[in-house]
Design a protein. Structure first.
Length: 236
């Protein structure tokens, strides 16, 4: 990514910092398959290492989850099974499923935070329609939701606490269960999401440089080439 992309990320970070950590929420989608298993295992000397899974194929059933977090807590997720997606006629999470989640669960949970205003941050997935999402919150009675903000293109891995951060530790926690099956997977997914601690979430918000006065260029992939500090001084 070039200097212009870093500047776009920096600008977005500054905006979130001004809005205040307590008022910024992130939402994203993820999934878990029934063939998920621990990456490591302990065996006796001379024995073949293995882990038990219900389905070892690449076509193992996938359970989709929509999840949201504030800077200090996770909010209730929604999990869709393959059979539920089949009824809807969708291979993955679509816009209607997201809006239903807001109407049925998320808007009420956000109102219960007792914080005003709120700002929801999303990546630029096709189903993330800013106008429709904001309208869904307001129609569900959550007037606290002031604005829906889209991250810059390809910025989620640097700016979102969910992307490759909270979702990563959540998936690792799910894998530690002895056997993930169709009967247990939704409970495991929900329980492990709801078990994520405040300190963990706050640490990832800070890691994404959206807290306080964090250095918005700290993770620049090419600082010597981009020279962001010199650019800023030149503008002044």
């Amino acid at each position: 990514m070039g200097a212009k992309h870093c500047e776009e990320i920096a600008q977005a970070r500054r905006k979130l910092q001004r809005l205040g950590l307590q008022h910024v929420l992130f939402l994203d989608e993820t999934h878990l398959r029934v063939n998920e298993a621990p990456r490591t295992t302990l065996v006796a000397a001379g024995e073949t290492p293995y882990v038990i899974v219900e389905d070892t194929t690449q076509y193992a059933k996938r359970y989709d989850m929509i999840a949201c977090c504030t800077s200090d807590q996770v909010l209730p997720p929604i999990i869709y099974s393959p059979s539920e997606r089949n009824v809807i006629g969708s291979k993955g999470i679509n816009k209607k499923m997201l809006l239903d989640y807001i109407d049925d669960i998320l808007a009420r949970a956000c109102s219960g935070l007792d914080r005003f205003p709120l700002y929801l941050v999303l990546d630029r997935a096709r189903i993330h329609n800013v106008a429709h999402i904001l309208e869904a919150f307001h129609e569900a009675g959550c007037q606290e939701m002031r604005e829906v903000i889209l991250l810059p293109t390809q910025a989620a891995k640097r700016m979102s606490p969910l992307d490759n951060s909270l979702f990563h530790i959540w998936k690792d926690a799910c894998r530690k269960h002895e056997l993930i099956t169709d009967r247990t997977i939704q409970r495991i997914m929900a329980d492990e999401w709801n078990a994520i601690k405040k300190d963990t979430i706050t640490a990832f918000y800070k890691h994404c440089r959206i807290a306080g006065r964090s250095d918005v260029f700290a993770d620049c992939p090419a600082p010597n080439e981009h020279q962001h500090g010199r650019r800023a001084r030149a503008r002044h």
